[in-house]
Design a protein around this ligand. Structure first.
Ligand SMILES: Nc1ncnc2c1ncn2[C@@H]1O[C@H](COP(=O)(O)OP(=O)(O)O)[C@@H](O)[C@H]1O
Ligand SMILES: [Mg+2]
Length: 218
């Protein structure tokens, strides 16, 4: 049994090559949208991609990928992700699939939530993946620490921070940067999303041609 466990562990470890967290200080800044777009772009580039949707406050990735609420199954090595295509190039596991009632998560508190997230994160049988993208809840909470803790068996390559012009001014992104520095997660880049909308709000249509600003550090 122990050998089987070890073999499984090794298999598991080798088969997810890169793990990237997508973080934001606030909800509604486009974190799930960016996660989905990144996944589709990577798939377009011929990579096998997985999305782990851990956002208990609003697991929205299934809707964005038109997956709905499928029944998920467990095999020996954990929850089997849902594939969005016949080639099995985009795998998805959402915490939303496990909730009886989508509003249920709201009533969970502290330890129960953290334990559930931990278990969820470590119990997905991803098979072979080039990149695993993790859509986290907004903020820097115990839930994030639980995600990191349970992703340890995979090497976390770093985080993409998503923000909006408004969030920059309220310091949310600074808190995210502090969180990454404290937990030793490398910041791969910051995406300033919905910049165009901000231009429309501030300066009228004249400046609306601007695209969103993306800073990639590496
Ligand atoms: N660049 C963008 N342009 C227009 N709408 C966007 C953009 N990014 C996100 N949205 C919209 O904003 C809303 C919130 O995005 P979402 O990805 O769910 O945010 P989060 O996951 O951070 O809560 C959604 O309705 C989404 O379609
Ligand atoms: Mg979201």
């Amino acid at each position: 049994e122990r050998v089987k466990c070890m073999l499984y562990y090794i298999f598991y470890l080798v088969h997810v090559r890169h793990v990237v967290l997508v973080l934001s200080g606030k909800g509604g800044v486009g974190k799930s949208t960016i996660t989905t777009e990144l996944a589709l772009a990577l798939r377009q580039a011929g990579k096998r991609v997985g999305i782990l949707d851990v956002d208990l406050c609003g697991p929205s990735i299934p809707r964005m990928l038109s997956v709905g609420r499928p029944d998920v199954h467990q095999c020996d090595s954990g929850w089997v992700p849902v594939y969005t295509d016949a080639q099995k190039s985009l795998a998805l596991m959402s915490i939303g699939f496990l909730l009886e009632d989508p509003d249920e998560a709201i009533v969970w508190r502290g330890p129960k939530k953290t334990a559930l997230i931990g278990q969820f994160v470590s119990d997905v049988a991803w098979g072979e993946l080039d990149v695993l993208l993790v859509d986290t809840p907004p903020g820097t909470s115990d839930e994030h620490l639980a995600v990191l803790e349970n992703l340890k068996k995979h090497r976390v390559d770093g985080a993409v921070l998503v923000t909006t012009p408004q969030a920059v001014s309220t310091g949310d992104v600074r808190r995210e940067i502090t969180f990454c520095n404290k937990t030793g997660v490398r910041i791969l880049g910051i995406i300033e999303n919905m910049r165009m909308q901000q231009y429309i709000l501030e300066g009228g249509w004249g400046r609306a041609g601007q695209t969103d600003r993306i800073s990639i550090f590496r």
